[in-house]
Structures are given as structure tokens and as C-alpha cells.
Ligand binder design. Structure first.
Ligand SMILES: [Zn+2]
Length: 407
């Protein structure tokens, strides 16, 4: 239930105004009631997991700037506390991705002898890489209300503040600002970017780097499981450029990383061109994102039914699991098996998740060998980027589970 104060402004016909470009032409394309608001909170029992807080996912697409947002998002339901576990460093593939980004910043962007500010640093693993990068001489300050470690490490070269990075943080000089996988959790992204820019007063020439999921990839790959409550703001290259321009940044580039799943934006708080405030033009022949979103929404029920049919067929040979108890696995479990009667369990290689239960459905989260010991014969992999790595791990550990791709 959203309170009137939190409701987004609406247009004359009742559709919500776009939070990025303030455009009035937005269309609803996916609606799911009673979805768990957190996908990565840990629960100690199936009952506690099923009692997780729930909200409505009411996704709209803007016909002007291609932004996608949950018009029913209520931030009062969100609590990213210590029970929030989304570390992905247990995967070598993900480690390589993060190493590549650190190398890009140091080697290609010359980030050396610099003080790096990370906005929403989590437990600081990326910032630590930049500070530890051999020969780079970097220092850093990480901002995150959920940071749980020591406030100072590396002889003071790395510091943390359990707060948001905003106008109150002006005492912290930044030679570069980095933010990864944060802005998609923010209901009013332009306001967040303005607050980052306000914090940078005095250092406006510092380069700014943002990473966030690409909604075009989700629509193209028909990745229903990548639409969930925590991500209330989903960007395309056009809409992220638009959001930064509206917040007073000059956007240098927007590209794709991690097999196309994520956007990587480079911007500067100085030298913004007022002309850039116009929504970037579409490439010739490019279909508006809203058209693709509506087609995606029309297929949603059929897509889930097809996955249920496949799971039923697999189960004829023995219990079946989903591989990956992150947001994707949690979301798919809720879509295809809300009562936990079809899927045996969710497998995850993160020991911090094992032994806990999936938000909403209450499926157990198990190590691969534990799932095999329960008789699981096959598992569907939630993220195709990890297929080779996970198959190699099963072979190495002699775990007899058939690992399959979703499509
Ligand atoms: Zn818009």
C-alpha cells in the first residue's frame, strides 16, 4: 500500500509522470501483486521467509526517455540491514568482471594517486581493489549506511562512512566518484544524482562512473526474473544519459559490460551542455523501448507457464532445483512455484546464504553437494554467464546434478 505522500505525480489520465524526464507519456507493462520487497534478505525458517514484507511491482515505461520504473514502489518498506547478503565474490566469473573494471579505471582512465569516493560501497570490496591496485597509490572513502566493517583500514588509506553521500559530505574531496549497482534501488534517481553532484562541489572535474543493469538486455533476453521490487528504477542507455543530464552532468559515454547485462556510464559534473538536456536521439530504425516493454508484458504469463511445464518435465526424472539464490532465483521461484511444491530447493555457492530460506516462497538454500544429497537431479541456472564455471565445479567436486540453461 503506497501512501499519498509517496505516490509519484500522475498525469491527467492517471498514469504516473516519468521520474527521469518528467514526461507525461508512460505506459504500464508488468504488474505483480504481493512480491517480496527484498530478494537478498536471509531468513532462518521457511515460515519467516514466507512472512517477508511484500509490495506491488507496477512497472511503467516512459515513451520519451525509455526509463522503466515501479510506480508502486514504497521506500518505507525497504531495510538494507546486516541480514542483507548479496556478495557475488564467490564466483570467479564475477571476480573477473570486477577486476576488469578496476583495471579499466587505473590503466585506461589513469586513476592513480587519487582519492576515490564510492557511493553505496556495500562492504567495500570494489573500493578495496582500487586502493590495493599494485603501484596505483590510490586512497578511498566508501559511503554506505549498511557498511558493517571497521571505519578505517589500510593504515588510513581506506575509510568508510555509514551514511549517504550527499551535500553533507562536502568535506570529502573526490578525484573520482564510483557507484555500482545502487541507482536502480533509488526511486528518484535524478534527485540522488543531484545530491552526488552537490557533494562534489569543489571537485566538479572529477570523473564519475556508474554501473547499473540494462533494461534493454532484460527485455531482449525475456528475463522475467530480472524484474523485481528492489530495482525500482531500470535504465536504458538513453534514460541513464537523460537522468545524468537532468542532474547537471556531462555524459561522456554509456556502454555495456558483463556480457551486455550492465550499463557502464562515464560522466563529469563540469562542462554540462544545456543542449544535452534534450533526450538523446534514438538510432535509426530503433523501436521505442515502451513498444518492446508492452510486448514483454503481454508474454509474461505464457513465459512463466512454459517454465512451469519444463520444470514439471524435469521433475519426472527426480527433484529439480534453481541454481542461484540471488534476486533472479528468488523472483523466478515466486513466479513459477509460489507455494514451494514444484522446485525442491535453490542452490547457491555463497556459504553466507546456505542454510537459509528464500524470501517469499521459503525454499531452502543449499550448497550443490547438499542438493545432490537430497536427490536433486537437475538444476536450472539463473545467470548464463556462470554456466561454464558451474559445470566445471560440479565435475571437479563429482556432484551429479545436470545443470541446464533457462532457455
Ligand atoms: Zn522519461
Amino acid at each position: 500500500m503506497i501512501t499519498p505522500a509517496r505516490r509519484l505525480p500522475t498525469t491527467a489520465d492517471g498514469s504516473p509522470e516519468c521520474p527521469v524526464c518528467a514526461g507525461m507519456d508512460t505506459v504500464a507493462f508488468v504488474r505483480r501483486e504481493q512480491v517480496p520487497v527484498h530478494q537478498n534478505l536471509l531468513y532462518d525458517s521457511p515460515a519467516a521467509a514466507r512472512a517477508a514484507s511484500r509490495g506491488t511491482l507496477a512497472l511503467h515505461a516512459c515513451r520519451d526517455c525509455d526509463f522503466v520504473f515501479n510506480a508502486a514502489f514504497d521506500d518505507s518498506l525497504m531495510s538494507y540491514g546486516e541480514r542483507y547478503e548479496n556478495a557475488q565474490e564467490h564466483s570467479a566469473v564475477f571476480e573477473r568482471h570486477v577486476d576488469t573494471l578496476a583495471r579499466l579505471l587505473v590503466e585506461s582512465h589513469g586513476l592513480r594517486n587519487a582519492h576515490v569516493v564510492e557511493v553505496g560501497c556495500g562492504q567495500g570490496s570494489f573500493l578495496r581493489r582500487l586502493v590495493e591496485y599494485p603501484g596505483a597509490g590510490n586512497t578511498g572513502t566508501g559511503f554506505d549506511p549498511s557498511y558493517a566493517g571497521p571505519l578505517e583500514t589500510h593504515d588510513g588509506r581506506l575509510r568508510f562512512r555509514r551514511e549517504f553521500y550527499g551535500a553533507d559530505a562536502t568535506g570529502v574531496h573526490a578525484d573520482a566518484v564510483v557507484s555500482r549497482h545502487v541507482i536502480e534501488h533509488v526511486r528518484q534517481p535524478v534527485a540522488m544524482l543531484r545530491s552526488v553532484r552537490a557533494a562534489m562541489q569543489g571537485g566538479l572535474h572529477a570523473p564519475v562512473f556508474f554501473e547499473t543493469p540494462c533494461v534493454e538486455w532484460i527485455l531482449r533476453e525475456r528475463a522475467t526474473w530480472d524484474l523485481f521490487y528492489e530495482h525500482c528504477s531500470l535504465f536504458s542507455p538513453r534514460s541513464i544519459a537523460c537522468a545524468f543530464a537532468h542532474a547537471g552532468f556531462a555524459v561522456q559515454s554509456v556502454g555495456h559490460v558483463f556480457g551486455g547485462q550492465y550499463l557502464w556510464l562515464e560522466a563529469s559534473a563540469a562542462g554540462a551542455d544545456p543542449a544535452a538536456l534534450a533526450v538523446p536521439a534514438r538510432t535509426a530504425g530503433e523501436e521505442p523501448l515502451a513498444v518492446r516493454a508492452l510486448a514483454f508484458g503481454r508474454d509474461e504469463t505464457a513465459r512463466s507457464a512454459a517454465i512451469v511445464a519444463r520444470l514439471c518435465a524435469l521433475r519426472a526424472d527426480g527433484p529439480v532445483a534453481l541454481w542461484g539464490a540471488g534476486a533472479k532465483g528468488c523472483t523466478l521461484a515466486a513466479l513459477v512455484d509460489p507455494d514451494a511444491t514444484l522446485v525442491d530447493s535453490l542452490v547457491d555457492i555463497n556459504p553466507g546464504k546456505q542454510g537459509h530460506f528464500v524470501a517469499g516462497t521459503g525454499h531452502p538454500i543449499l550448497a550443490p553437494a547438499q542438493a545432490a544429497a537430497r536427490g536433486v537431479r537437475s538444476a536450472i541456472l539463473m545467470n548464463p554467464n556462470y554456466l561454464d564455471e558451474c559445470r566445471a565445479m560440479l565435475q571437479r567436486d563429482r556432484v551429479d546434478i545436470q545443470l541446464l540453461e533457462l532457455d
